[in-house]
Design a protein around this ligand. Structure first.
Ligand code: ATP
Ligand code: MG
Length: 395
């Protein structure tokens, strides 16, 4: 008996040309991941991705977990393969299902025939397989209305499949299907969540982190690399660009009114982010900002910092409470790293009385006190890149 992985993707949003590029991108992503787990065949038919191990050494469990975190998949299950006749389907059901149904008291069977030439209609297939389960799983009962488990029998083009533990997939759209975006990644809770949310909508991510050595430490930067690596569960691979803002911050402190430090710093961040995005082919910036969370995230402050760039700025956390952001961070596994107490460049030289309703002319007047172009160029020259992936052979 061979066990494979079946992944379903939602059909609703998929029309015309959209659909084939969506499928191609999802196939490509699953193949690149599968490469890491051994020899698999990944192919698609009838709105389903098939991931089939080609030998005993293929790590089905590892691949299953990886596919469950792959955007574009709405439902996923491991399934046992049977020949397309009732005798073999019942044999596989008896062999495969007792372990899947351990601890389950009630079940029902649903059958689906995408091959309409199969001689039995679905209700009959379900009834026969139900009988086989009753005979092989001691104590289990049928409950058509509120079963603990639903067993599926799918009669498809070449084979039939039996499974009982379909789960929800990661949802969203396949990696890269919406283009590329640059995530401004701090060491905080919010920005990894923002990256996750936009990757879910099909953006392939690059990340940009600003450091301010020696005011920020190596540990703070390593924490950001760690967060990037944790995101790879979903985004597969992340190029993390790092730019030093040390000189910018020192100049702002030397020349400008303290109340404007944060706004001015964020102005520099946005300008450098846009340059980085353009350099690496990203069509949007992504931040973890949430309306009203801190002084620099008022509507007026964001209007000012947003006006430094022409690229769209995606702020998927904008309408979320901190608790809601934390819940997502926990679910995606970035929370524990994010709360490690290291400094961020935004938290060094923070004004005592930051402007929450900045008047743009006044901020620009402060900005004019430093050589903006020279500082931008100097900061840009400090850029270096580290790449993180959990799939060491992902190319
Ligand atoms: P986070 O929890 O993500 O750090 P925050 O609530 O602390 O966010 P800010 O520090 O004001 O908020 O930052 C707002 C957003 O600006 C962050 O979500 C992130 O996208 C970006 N940002 C802040 N600091 C940095 C940094 N050092 N490098 C890159 N981006 C940053
Ligand atoms: Mg922060």
């Amino acid at each position: 008996m061979r066990e494979i992985i079946l992944c379903k993707y939602g059909e609703l949003v998929l029309k015309g040309a959209n659909r084939s590029s969506f499928e191609a991108q999802l196939t490509r992503e699953l193949r690149r991941r599968a490469h890491h787990f051994g020899a698999f065949k990944v192919h698609r038919a009838q709105s389903t991705m098939y991931i089939e191990p080609l030998n005993e050494n293929a790590d089905l469990e590892g691949m299953y977990e990886s596919a469950r975190d792959t955007f574009g998949i709405s439902g996923i299950t491991r399934a046992a393969e049977a020949e397309k006749n009732m005798e073999d389907i019942c044999r596989v059901a008896k062999e495969y299902l007792p372990a899947c149904l351990a601890g389950v008291k009630t079940f029902r069977v649903d059958a689906k025939r995408s091959d309409k030439r199969f001689p039995l209609p679905s209700p009959e297939i379900a009834a026969i397989v139900g009988g086989a389960i009753l005979a092989s799983v001691p104590g289990i009962k049928v409950d058509l209305h509120h079963p603990d488990a639903t067993v599926m029998v799918e009669v498809r083009e070449d084979k039939a499949y039996v499974h009982a533990r379909q789960e929800r997939g990661a949802g969203g759209l396949p990696r890269g299907s919406a283009g590329m975006g640059l995530l401004l990644l701090s060491g905080g809770i919010d920005s990894p969540v923002a990256g996750y949310m936009m990757a879910k909508r099909g953006l392939e991510l690059h990340a940009l982190h600003f450091e301010s050595f020696p005011y920020t430490s190596e540990r703070a930067r390593d924490k950001v690399f760690q967060l990037g690596e944790e995101l790879c569960r979903f985004v597969s691979r992340l190029h993390i660009h790092v730019i030093s803002l040390t000189r910018v911050q020192e100049e702002l402190v030397r020349a400008c009114n303290e109340d404007y430090f944060t706004l001015l710093l964020r102005h520099f961040m946005m300008k450098l982010s846009q340059r980085c995005a353009e350099e690496y082919g990203c069509g949007a910036l992504i931040t973890g900002e949430s309306l009203g969370q801190v002084a620099s995230q008022t509507m007026e402050a964001m209007a000012f910092t947003g006006s430094a760039v022409t690229l769209p700025v995606f702020r998927p956390c904008i309408g979320l409470d901190k608790e809601e952001i934390i819940a997502i961070a926990r679910r995606i596994g970035t929370y524990e790293t994010a709360i490690l107490p290291y400094e961020d460049c935004c938290t060094v030289f923070t004004p005592r009385h930051p402007k929450t309703k900045p008047v743009p002319e006044k901020v620009l007047a402060e900005l004019a006190k430093v050589d903006e172009a020279a500082l931008l160029e100097e900061a840009w020259q400090s850029l270096y890149t580290e790449t993180r992936t959990v799939y060491d052979d992902y190319t």
